[in-house]
Design a protein around this ligand. Structure first.
Ligand SMILES: [Fe+2]
Length: 230
């Protein structure tokens, strides 16, 4: 994944060089990279035998919560209108792209039981947990790669900026301001300065202020991933 941000002191999502097009996929790419960041943290914590720590359990709960919201948004507000647009085309090559949406739905369905397996494996710990986490992380990474390489170009071509704006509106309307604020704080966890500035610059001033005064402090108040410093 290429990056336009070279602050190597941060581990969080970086701005990517986007493919040319009319749709701004910044938030989607950052969300995927935030999942990858947390999956790396999960794998490291489990490998270090820290799965019993509250901070690690909290981190895992956050991954599940963000993933649920992310997949509901795609399943309800991206894939259906995209499926409709592809199916309505008289061009057979365009209709053949419906297979990409079948793949997206199939992969979402495959990730759910892998997540349940990680949940169950937390009780067992040890090798079973390491294996379950590895399988979950691998499935997530390959799904996000397929989505970026195959599905987002279809969004660009067939939904365009208007369709993408409807998806963002769905996410805000369905989840409400406080949940969106919690998402932003998770997204921006340990991002390089350029990423932070760009995302905050995309937000309306009252949301930006709420991020600084409420959402970020609330996110920080819950211990996640970091080992306690005695
Ligand atoms: Fe996604």
């Amino acid at each position: 994944m290429s990056s336009t941000d070279n602050d190597l002191s941060s581990t969080g999502p970086r701005l990517r060089d986007q493919p040319p097009g009319r749709v701004d996929f910044t938030m989607m790419f950052l969300t995927h990279d935030a999942f990858l960041r947390d999956l790396r943290r999960l794998e490291a914590a489990v490998a270090a035998g820290r799965s019993g720590e509250r901070a690690v359990r909290n981190g895992w709960e956050t991954i599940k919560e963000e993933l649920h919201i992310h997949h509901v948004g795609e399943d309800e507000a991206i894939w259906p209108p995209l499926r409709e647009a592809l199916a309505a085309s008289t061009d057979l090559a365009v209709r053949a792209e419906l297979g990409v949406l079948d793949l997206m739905e199939e992969e979402h369905g495959r990730i759910d039981p892998l997540q349940t397996r990680v949940d169950a494996a937390f009780a067992a710990g040890g090798e079973e947990l390491e294996l379950a986490v590895k399988e979950f992380a691998t499935a997530m990474a390959s799904h996000m790669e397929h989505e970026e390489d195959q599905a987002l170009p279809l969004v660009e071509q067939h939904l365009g900026p208007e369709g993408w704006a409807r998806y963002h509106q769905f996410m805000i309307g369905t989840n409400g301001p406080d949940r969106v604020g919690a998402y932003l704080a998770w997204l921006l966890d340990d991002v390089p300065e350029a990423t932070l500035e760009k995302v905050l610059g995309m937000l309306p001033p009252p949301v930006r202020a709420a991020y600084r005064q409420k959402f970020e402090p609330e996110y920080r108040a819950v211990p996640r991933w970091t080992a306690p410093t005695a």
